[in-house]
Write a protein that binds this ligand. Structure first.
Ligand SMILES: [Zn+2]
Length: 481
């Protein structure tokens, strides 16, 4: 490789660089072919090509661990009462289905591109796409059973964001419930059909073991409601044998928990635990309605939780008991889920803020850190922000198997910059900058985004932003007028 003579080495020279939980001055990020090869002091550089970023802090790209990209078409269209009874997650879901049943493959591409564009403009460099639209609107399988998954992957590739396509297994409406015709685009009735289609997608995209991978596959049994136990066991066994990540909606709504208890005489977590389905590969999305007693099973098995606070507040789901998870050292990652808003730093701060509202107390998660963490070399001003930023970066990367999430040798060169003169963070010192970013940065402060060493956002603009927005405007007109 050309790295030996230094010709292909690129040194990014920001004012501040975030690594090892702190901001460093006078450090360069040296990359080769999209991979970080070392961090070096500026005076140690030789003949690397230098790219100076004045008044900028470089931070590792954020990882959005839970997305349904097509749901971006619903934004602004569900914030009203639809029934005389209480509106809820379930009434919202009917509105979501009415959009989901109408989208063509090209529509899904256009909606996904807009969602991914918004993500990268926020500093997100990798996404876990929980993908459940498989068939044509009339429920006929396409000639290529992965056509829609590939449209989403194509959209990610065109925007430049890495993607874990978490292919959903979906078998039924729920325990003893009538089939809902609006779910027919999602359903693959038996494990052999699902696994055949999954394998075909893996042979196209891969499993993501390579640090330069831009798209790879994971498995996503939709929920205990939608996947009966024998199906679930077969899918997760396959994932474990083939070293694939497993994502699943767990305990988002109380009704889902009571249906599980009715069917299996166990709560969702107890069911997953006793059937041996939790592991280090497993991420439980939401995991809101859980008892404190259930949380140690996550810790015991090394499973993770993905919180989606902006969606959870939008849907009235409830509050993720992040304090309880932290108490047991269960890692939490973050997702923008329904895309009511796409701003992963907002999700990071809401993880803490929701607990403040619930407990009438400040710095709730910091209290957990004071108790549980002696490892941190970060001062008290940055301790909570560091933890929340880890949720948005390192933990997300682990959850979806992405090669980024931190700025260290061997990782992908995925990062974003913050303009230190942006009014939302101006005046911060290296000690309180991360807290300013996590709790207060506006999206306008994100100026450059680089994925695999390649700039995809410059001066706050994506290279093909106008075209993506124009096509999406047309799609929304077609769908809603
Ligand atoms: Zn979801």
């Amino acid at each position: 490789m050309a790295g030996n003579d230094g010709n292909s080495l690129i040194a990014w020279l920001p004012e501040l660089l975030y690594t090892g939980g702190r901001f460093e001055r006078g450090q360069a990020l040296v990359c080769d072919s999209g991979i970080i090869v070392r961090l070096a002091r500026v005076d140690e550089l030789k003949d690397e090509k230098r790219i100076r970023l004045s008044n900028r802090a470089i931070l590792p790209g954020m990882v959005n661990a839970h997305s349904h990209a097509f749901q971006r078409v619903l934004r602004g269209r569900t914030e009203h009462r639809t029934s005389n009874r209480q509106d809820s997650f379930w009434t919202w879901r009917e509105m979501m289905y009415s959009a989901a049943t109408r989208l063509t493959p090209e529509d899904i591409y256009d909606a996904s591109r807009l969602a991914f564009l918004e993500m990268v403009l926020n500093g997100i460099t990798a996404v876990g796409e929980f993908h459940y639209l498989q068939h044509a609107p009339d429920s006929t399988p396409y000639d290529d059973s992965n056509l829609l998954a590939k449209e989403v992957v194509r959209a990610a590739g065109d925007v430049g964001v890495r993607i874990a396509l978490l292919r959903v297994a979906y078998a039924r409406s729920g325990f003893q419930s009538e089939p809902n015709p609006r779910q027919s685009r999602f359903i693959e009735k038996d494990p052999p059909t699902y696994l055949k289609n999954l394998e075909s997608l893996i042979s196209d995209l891969g499993r993501g073991s390579d640090p330069t991978a831009t798209a790879w596959v994971g498995v996503a049994p939709h929920s205990i409601r939608a996947v009966p136990l024998d199906y679930l066991c077969e899918v997760i066994t396959y994932a474990n044998q083939h070293d694939l990540k497993v994502h699943m909606h767990v305990a988002e709504q109380p009704a889902e928990v009571s249906a599980c208890v009715e069917e299996y005489r166990r709560t969702p977590i107890a069911l997953l635990e006793t059937e041996g389905l939790l592991s280090e590969r497993f991420t439980a999305v939401h995991a809101i309605h859980v008892t404190p007693k259930a949380i140690p099973s996550f810790a015991k098995r090394g499973a993770m939780v993905c919180a989606c606070p902006t969606t959870e507040r939008n849907l009235g789901d409830g509050v993720v008991p992040a304090d309880e998870y932290l108490k047991h050292n269960v890692p939490i990652c973050l997702g923008t889920d329904s895309h009511a808003q796409i701003d992963l730093l907002e999700d990071a701060r809401e993880l803490e803020y929701h607990l403040r509202l619930q407990k009438l107390e400040r710095a709730v998660l910091d209290k957990q850190l004071q108790v549980s963490s002696s490892k941190s070399q970060v001062g008290e001003l940055g301790r909570l922000a560091t933890q929340l930023f880890d949720c948005a970066t390192i933990n997300g990367a682990r959850s979806i198997g992405s090669p980024d999430g931190s700025l260290e040798p061997g990782k992908a060169a995925d990062f974003f910059t913050i303009d230190l003169n942006d009014p939302s963070v101006a005046g911060a010192s290296t000690v309180d900058l991360l807290s300013s970013i996590v709790f207060s940065a506006s999206r306008a402060a994100v100026r450059e985004v680089v994925v695999g060493g390649k700039p995809i956002v410059s001066e706050g603009q994506h290279l093909i932003q106008e075209e993506i927005v124009e096509r999406f405007n047309d799609l929304q007109k077609k769908l809603w007028s």
